[in-house]
Write a protein that binds this ligand. Structure first.
Ligand code: NAI
Length: 332
């Protein structure tokens, strides 16, 4: 049985080559995105493999059903790009990679914070230019500061452990409290308002859904301590970008580190260096000297890429061999 892999990137090919060969998954690799326009490429396959940017909306699923696709293996943890109700109602089997390296994302979050606080990008450029002055490079000592973590799942916990190790006081906010972790880190579980009012660093690690969309909005952003750092490696729409821009204009945040952006879909992961970009909000964010943006790369380590390829190929092999799919990976 053949699997069509959509949106394969050069950076994941050697991991996919290795695991498809090792597990005997017959595969066709395409670099284009799955969409209405590229459905014609699904031929003689009852399994497809998708990246988070592929279109798995109702219309596309309807056509996939007509073509005879039965199994969708996601090379991602999140599945907000999948019409889950339609997939369930139409007997698609779908599996994902629920966790591939929470530490990778937590470490990237720390990287954003350190770069913002100690101004490494600017310091690097200055020294390259033989400018050894320190003016404007002052940071704060993070030891002893309060760090608020919103969403204490796998990634939030990994980030909490890192910051505890740096001598910070940890505040946690999550509808599901983990008493054991709270005790171990001497951390307090508090509501969002209390967390924002008390934290010198706020880091978002909850999933994006109807309840968390615009968690940080024009009201909640006013709860932040003056000169706090805001970090988002979760999903762009956890923050109302307009409210953030207004707050930045007032110079009330010390630094903002974003690995995700509300309207990132057609911009991130692509090279726009020749034509530039026209997204006014992103351009405005990029214009602030205390905003650091990376292009959804927090997951991007060798270990994570290997895990994504291995687990997604194991899911395919199990489906092909009529074996049960790991319960944690199974979506429907
Ligand atoms: P997880 O499922 O282990 O943890 C999410 C936590 O958020 C859970 O404990 C849940 O109870 C909590 N939560 C749900 N609603 C909440 C709310 N309203 N307020 C506070 N907490 C809430 O997920 P994991 O693996 O830790 O991933 C978290 C998020 O990180 C993902 O949903 C994804 O959006 C993002 N992510 C980003 C990546 C990147 O490269 N930038 C890569 C992978 C994930």
């Amino acid at each position: 049985m053949k699997t069509i892999f959509f949106s394969t990137h050069d950076f994941e090919r050697r991991y996919l080559d290795y695991w498809t060969e090792k597990l005997g998954v017959e595969s066709v690799f395409l670099d284009c995105r799955l969409s209405e326009e590229t459905l014609g490429l699904v031929k003689d396959a009852d399994t497809i493999s998708c990246w988070a940017s592929d279109d798995l909306s109702r219309g596309v699923l309807q056509s996939l059903k007509g073509i005879g696709v039965k199994f969708i293996s996601l090379r991602s943890a999140g599945f907000s790009h999948l019409d889950l109700d339609f997939a369930k109602d139409n007997n698609f089997s779908v599996a994902r990679v629920p966790s591939y390296s929470p530490e990778a994302i937590a470490e990237h979050t720390l990287g954003l914070l350190m770069c913002l606080n100690r101004k490494f990008p600017r310091a690097y450029q200055r020294v390259k230019d033989f400018n050894f002055s320190l003016d404007g490079l002052e940071g704060v000592t993070l030891h002893g500061k309060n760090v608020g973590i919103v969403g204490v799942g796998k990634i939030g916990e990994a980030f909490a452990r890192i910051m505890k190790g740096m001598g910070c006081n940890i505040y946690l906010s999550d509808p599901n409290t983990n008493e054991k972790l709270g005790k171990e880190l001497e951390a307090q579980y508090v509501d969002l308002k209390t967390l924002l009012e008390n934290s010198d660093v706020v880091s978002l690690h909850c999933p994006l859904n109807e309840k968390t969309k615009y968690l940080i909005n024009k009201e909640t952003i006013e709860f932040f301590k003056k000169d706090a750092f805001l970090l988002n490696t979760g999903r762009g729409a956890l923050i109302d970008t307009e409210a953030l821009i207004e707050k930045l204009k007032k110079k009330e945040l010390r630094g903002v580190g974003l690995d995700v952006y509300e309207y990132e879909e057609s911009i991130f992961s692509h090279d726009h260096s020749l034509e530039g970009i026209s997204d006014e909000k992103l351009l405005r964010l990029m214009s602030f000297p205390n905003v650091l943006i990376t292009s959804h790369q927090a997951f991007f380590t060798s270990e994570a890429l290997d895990n994504i390829a291995r687990i997604s190929c194991e899911n395919i092999k199990n489906f092909n061999d009529s074996l049960p799919i790991n319960e944690q990976n199974f979506i429907c």
